[in-house]
Design a protein around this ligand. Structure first.
Ligand code: WT7
Length: 644
């Protein structure tokens, strides 16, 4: 297997420079786990009252860390930077219409404080939940940080969701206030958010207040409980005292992505979150003071919370926020943004890389991308075809591609190469961060299995671990702490299968729920999809199983094609030959359907669950409003029923 070494010029300036340093940290943490975390905490955050105790495991798995010390997230993100960085650009915001606004830390502080004062005026107090249903604009970031300044709990709901989905989320956390905008712009179309909010709260008895940010002068309907941000904010002061909070207090709530079953609110506590986000941004992204960092995730997902907002700000960095869809109207928008703002660190999902590849292979040549130094990916493994294209076309074989594995529940990177240190292999997330104890285990906690798919576990509690689920302790234990035990003690199970390679690298294969069982053999959909994607005619694909009389499960395949093809049967045989060569003779596609696009979450994850329902002729009852393209479901259903 070919290893790609990080270029030497990165090592010279990196925070972590060598594998020796990695191993040393790992050893120190193995020997003195709790104290080492305590040291990191004291050294890396600005506490009002510094921590003295580390982990409290009395009520495991409801672990607590560093209880009763005082901290505030907005203070850490903004005030801590004011002394040295007041005039530094904190946020570069680019709207869909190309308008660019650059916000310094000082300006950010003023805007956040004003917004926080306004929230107080609207009777928002400590512990109140505030739902945000906002476009990706600067005011969203002000509102998020304003909540944390006064310790209201922010719950961001993606504005593409339907009024029903919004209603459910408002009710389930009893939000007292909804912050929204009159309009959102996406793919050059305008969407009236205020109407959706009105519909969502129509039947809620507690009648949450609505704070509306007006983006233009088009009239909107104003109700009794509505407040207009633009007018009220003018009266607010730029000074707002911070609320001092205990480190285990709740920072925000976030629904899990919902790509695997019913979504749930995941709780995030203050200290653990801030520390790990700050450190992973510093170490895994190797964030330096001169960097311009662009994470393409929407801020409604954990990736956006963590690495578009909190991570860069905690490190005094500069973060790029783009309002629209990066590949709209076409792939050039991505390259244009990188060139214009001299982005040097770029974090995105493999699906975006695949789209860039599909839309126009040679396009990067037309742009000056010399600022770019490192590409990171997340969400799913980056398949070798996309990896190679980026490496050769964009990087000209000079820069690393860093595959980061983590989850909403872990709040930050867990398994990822250190960019200046760890040699990489396409599709391999490599090693756990040196502070994290991760391993591939069987159900009894044995870890002797090299080169076998087994269960990826985090074997020791870590400060940024999920602080349980909102009002559902039983589900918390069942979901994460009941499958794998070491010495009878439950450990955190990630729901991912992974393989430990000979050099101890960890290769994430797929989630437990993305496995196809063919005649008793467990085969990951991602593995099959990667092989199929290599076919010239295929742009994207997804495989699901459907019941076969003999084997019980049979693989069925949905594809998005990049070349016009007429001969479906020929393509099918071609692919089956490819599969036979690359996986196993028994892995055979029994049929295929050519479609316009795959159903994906807004963050790019394929919703296989829905495709599975279609092949089983099941009625889709789950909420599909979380999809990027909900209409595609109807189209696929129709095509499937007509053609199969
Ligand atoms: C699941 C978590 C990751 C933050 C946002 C998504 C899959 C994530 C990788 C990767 C292979 C990956 C896993 C994980 N995943 N990163 N680099 N390689 N798989 O958070 O919605 O909680 O999803 O995404 O299956 O469990 P999420």
């Amino acid at each position: 297997m070919q290893l790609f070494n990080p270029p030497e010029n990165l090592q010279k300036k990196a925070h972590i420079k060598s594998m020796e340093q990695y191993l040393e940290i790992q050893k120190e943490f193995e020997e003195d786990y709790n104290n080492k975390w305590l040291e990191l905490a004291k050294d890396n955050l600005e506490w009002f009252k510094k921590p003295e105790i580390s982990l409290n495991g009395e009520n495991a798995p409801f672990y607590k860390w560093f209880e009763d010390w005082e901290i505030n997230a907005a203070y850490e993100c903004i005030d801590a930077n004011l002394e040295k960085n007041a005039d530094k650009i904190a946020i570069i915001f680019e709207a869909e219409n190309w308008e660019v606004t650059k916000i310094t830390y000082k300006k950010l502080s003023q805007q956040v404080n004003k917004t926080a004062n306004l929230l107080k005026k609207l009777w928002i107090q400590k512990w109140d939940r505030v739902a945000l249903y906002m476009p990706m604009i600067l005011e969203s970031i002000y509102a998020i940080l304003a909540c944390t300044r006064i310790w209201a709990i922010h719950n961001i709901v993606f504005w593409w969701f339907s009024s029903g989905a919004l209603e459910e989320r408002i009710v389930s956390c009893s939000a007292k206030l909804v912050i929204t905008a009159d309009w959102a712009y996406r793919k050059w179309k305008a969407y009236n958010l205020k109407n959706t909010v009105d519909k969502a709260i129509e039947n809620i008895d507690s009648k949450p207040k609505v704070l509306v940010i007006k983006r233009n002068n088009i009239e909107i309907k104003i109700n009794e409980n509505d407040y207009i941000y633009n007018d009220l904010i003018l009266e607010e002061s730029e000074v707002c005292e911070v609320e001092k909070l205990s480190s285990e207090d709740l920072l925000f709530l976030l629904y899990t992505s919902g790509s695997t079953g019913k979504p749930k609110w995941v709780k995030h506590s203050i200290w653990g979150y801030l520390l790990w986000v700050k450190l992973t941004t510093k170490w895994a992204f190797d964030l330096q003071k001169w960097d311009v960092f662009w994470c393409t995730a929407d801020i409604w997902w954990i990736t956006g919370h963590t690495y578009s907002i909190y991570g860069p700000l905690l490190n005094g960095g500069t973060t790029v926020i783009y309002e629209g869809v990066p590949t709209y109207p076409d792939a050039w928008r991505v390259w244009e943004i990188i060139e214009k703002h001299k982005v040097n660190k770029f974090y995105t999902a493999p699906t975006l890389i695949r789209s860039l590849h599909k839309l126009c292979k040679d396009l990067p040549k037309n742009y000056d991308l010399s600022s770019l130094e490192i590409l990171w990916t997340v969400w799913e493994p980056i398949n070798p075809e996309a990896w190679n294209w980026f490496y050769e076309m964009v990087w000209q074989k000079k820069c690393p591609i860093v595959d980061t594995w983590w989850q909403t529940e872990t709040w930050g990177h867990m398994i990822a190469p250190l960019p200046a240190v760890t040699p990489t292999i396409p599709w391999v997330a490599t090693l756990p961060m040196p502070w994290i104890m991760a391993n591939i285990l069987d159900k009894n906690g044995e870890d002797i299995w090299y080169n076998k798919k087994w269960l990826l576990c985090i074997t020791k509690p870590w400060p940024s671990m999920i602080r349980w689920l909102w009002e559902d302790d039983e589900k918390f234990i069942k979901s994460y702490f009941s499958d794998v035990k070491i010495d009878w003690k439950p450990v955190y199970f990630s729901w991912d299968w992974a393989i430990k390679l000979d050099n101890n690298y960890i290769k994430i294969t797929w989630r437990l729920d993305d496995v196809i069982n063919v005649s008793g053999h467990r085969i990951g959909t991602a593995e099959v999809e990667d092989i199929i994607s290599k076919n010239e005619s295929v742009a994207e694909c997804s495989v699901v199983w459907r019941k076969d009389k003999i084997t019980w499960e049979n693989i069925f395949w949905f594809i998005v094609i990049k070349k016009e093809i007429n001969k479906k049967q020929e393509l099918l045989s071609e692919i089956n030959l490819q599969l036979r060569k690359n996986i196993w003779p028994i892995v055979k596609l029994d049929d295929l359907l050519i479609i316009e696009g795959l159903p994906k979450t807004r963050s790019g994850k394929i919703m296989r669950r829905l495709l599975r329902s279609i092949t089983a002729w099941e009625k889709i009852t789950s909420d599909i409003s979380t999809l990027e393209n909900p209409k595609i479901i109807e189209e696929i259903e129709k095509l499937y029923n007509e053609n199969i």
